[in-house]
Design a protein around this ligand. Sequence first.
Ligand SMILES: [Fe+2]
Length: 249
Amino acid sequence: MDQAQRRASCRAAGELTIVHVSDLHSRHRRHLLETVIGLQPDGVMITGDLFDGVQSPKPAFEFVAGLRNADLDVFYVTGNHELYRQDVAQLLDQLRALGVTVLENEEVAWKGIHVAGVEFDAWPEDIRFPETEQIRLLLVHDPYKADRLSEATASLILAGHIHGGQWRLFHQGLAGPGHRLLPKYTSGLYRTVQGMSMVVSRGLGDWMKIPRICNPWHLPVIHLLLPEAGPMAEPDALKSGHEPVKETH
Ligand SMILES: [Fe+2]
């Protein structure tokens, strides 16, 4: 099948709109909820640090409850900041009670694809998801962990964690968690070392008091074109948009 035929079959089979939320750090972002709902996505994928190690979890729960009240499907994996909290088990139970799919090194079938998630404290190379011919969307907090996933683990990976590198110059982030200087994954669409496609969000919140510079909040919107049947999605079956979210305190 050539590229034109593949695109035609993708259009015939349908498209999923996915909003990628990362690193909210339980901050209140005015207009964020309305923005996400207004995009009318098929699902909302949260790639960790929804909560924060020290901030009250209330703003995060209000945001998620708003998504669920709008009848949106929400999927979630933990980030490092959830694991800093003593009450992480209760937080995850409360998310489940709201109807959020909490993915703990597992996958679920959803709207013709598979959605999988890797917990922050898991060793990704030890996780083996069952083989599938369907598209697999994989949520992981730290994009560097995606480099340790075996080839063809996923059709598309969503990640966050790096906060865009905090200060950005010439489209390059300068610093990331773990004392990383000039981190290679900061914002947008990448290829992992195993050749998988990965979208990295600059995030929607911060834990540091150090201000962002040239690094606005980031709400990627992904339009996933579904093939009629057959192998995993080809890279050209992916369109990734990036919706800036204005900072509002
Ligand atoms: Fe974060």
